[in-house]
Design a protein around this ligand. Structure first.
Ligand SMILES: Cc1cc2nc3c(=O)[nH]c(=O)nc-3n(C[C@H](O)[C@H](O)[C@H](O)COP(=O)(O)OP(=O)(O)OC[C@H]3O[C@@H](n4cnc5c(N)ncnc54)[C@H](O)[C@@H]3O)c2cc1C
Length: 397
């Protein structure tokens, strides 16, 4: 297997060590250095925490409060702002769930596109830097933020490939692949996230922010944006009424890779009796690359080992199919009448859970979503622009 950017055998301990190392040694220079893509195996100027944060092996709350323990906000505002970008994208998509459904419905690939995609994946397009980034993405499961922007721009505006197929490729290979951050960033580059605003990669910008490592010819990049139909999605609000009172004597916890660190959720009165660990849903096994699957499986399985004192019995899902039946059987065998889960934001797992709920309901088993205070505090603020969100979010910190 190719070498990923971080250890695929992820543990909570790794994640905390990486967080502390970043805060102690690199956070002080983050703002001035973060925009530079210094190349594969040389990304120490950014935190590389995204795979852990994506799966909530460490929570945004934990990252922000640990950083603020060491530095005053004005000194590290840029870093806090970046973490809040993630929160904003999550909230933005929660408020407009149709965006995820439309994206999923549009990942269709015709024969012409297949041919061009073949060239992309064998690193044979005419744009050398693009080939280098495809290789880095596939082999290390990571790309620097700036490279992601350049890559998506070339994909959409120069190669004229459909943005959904590019987003899908990222989601397949990135260890931090996230339905909100990824889909909405691709939409932003495409010019359909913020009306009349797209992102065009420029040769000088690549040269500057790779410190002359890459000097692509100017004429390789499109200077005009591809016209993609803009569709307005009006925000709803997130209703937290699924967070009902739980009768924990009859409840079982469903754990997923959408929010692994259950011990940090004050709404679960540990110790509890039963849990079921579901690292990936059926659909996800067909979406992600092997390294991403391993990362998710290891993260949840390693985390479950920390729970011996907090949960009496944990059943771990080991099958790629019949998952709904397995969860129903687990609930029935353990006389569980309420299945409780930390809220899964829009994405494949949430789609799975919507179907699971229907089957549980037929068996008179309730499904209860628990929303974290952090998400309840911030998601509904994402109704307009990021800067509008940030102004309000920072006041609540
Ligand atoms: C086209 C495109 C696709 C992207 N897809 C994803 C994705 O699938 N998953 C993902 O987590 N990020 C995505 N990003 C955002 C960003 O590139 C990564 O979060 C960042 O590069 C991760 O590296 P890091 O942990 O070293 O980030 P750092 O710079 O150290 O930032 C710290 C943390 O803040 C968050 N963050 C930073 N920048 C962003 C941002 N622009 N948007 C949202 N959160 C951010 C991440 O959780 C990150 O770990 C995408 C950006 C683009 C342009």
């Amino acid at each position: 297997m190719p070498k990923s950017i971080i250890d695929l055998n992820a543990t909570k301990e790794n994640a905390i060590n990486e967080l502390n190392d970043f805060i102690d040694n690199r956070l002080h220079s983050y703002e001035s250095s973060r925009n530079y893509d210094l190349g594969e195996n040389n990304h120490q100027n950014v935190s590389l925490l995204s795979p852990y944060i994506r799966h909530r092996l460490i929570t945004e709350q934990e990252v922000i409060s640990s950083a603020l323990k060491k530095f005053p906000l004005p000194k590290i505002e840029k870093f806090i702002q970046e973490v809040l970008w993630r929160t904003y994208w999550k909230g933005w998509l929660e408020l407009r769930p149709r965006v995820w459904d439309d994206y999923k419905g549009n990942i269709r690939i015709n024969n012409d596109i297949k041919q061009l995609l073949g060239k992309v994946l064998s690193y044979e397009t005419d744009i050398d830097c693009f080939n280098v980034w495809t290789k880095e993405l596939v082999e290390t499961n990571y790309l620097h933020n700036h490279a992601r922007m350049w890559y998506a721009s070339i994909w959409i505006h120069t190669l004229k490939l459909p943005w959904e197929a590019g987003a899908n490729l990222f989601l397949k290979h990135l260890l931090d692949g996230d339905p909100a951050s990824n889909t909405l960033s691709w939409r932003w580059v495409a010019g359909i996230q913020t009306k009349n605003k797209s992102y065009l990669a420029k040769h000088w910008n690549i040269q500057k922010f790779t410190k002359n490592r890459i000097n692509p010819p100017e004429e390789q990049f499109s200077t005009t944006q591809t016209n993609i139909l803009y569709k307005e999605y009006l925000p709803q609000s997130v209703k937290y009424n699924e967070s009902k009172i739980v009768d924990w004597s009859k409840a079982g916890l469903l754990m997923t890779c959408e929010d692994i660190d259950v011990l940090s959720c004050s709404k679960i009165p540990f110790p509890i009796n039963n849990a079921y660990a579901l690292p990936l849903c059926e659909e996800e096994y067909s979406v992600y690359a092997d390294n991403v699957i391993s990362f998710k499986e290891n993260s949840l399985s390693n985390y479950s080992k920390l729970l011996s004192e907090s949960i009496k019995s944990i059943e771990v899902n080991s099958s790629h199919d019949n998952q709904i039946e397995s969860i129903c059987s687990w609930a029935q065998n353990n006389k569980i009448t309420e299945v409780v889960c930390l809220a899964t934001p829009r994405g494949y797992m949430n789609d799975f859970i919507n179907n699971l709920k229907i089957e549980l309901d037929k068996k008179d088993i309730k499904f209860i979503k628990l929303y974290r205070d952090y998400d309840m505090k911030y998601w509904n603020l994402a109704s307009a622009s990021f800067f509008n969100f940030f102004k309000k979010a920072i006041k609540k910190m």
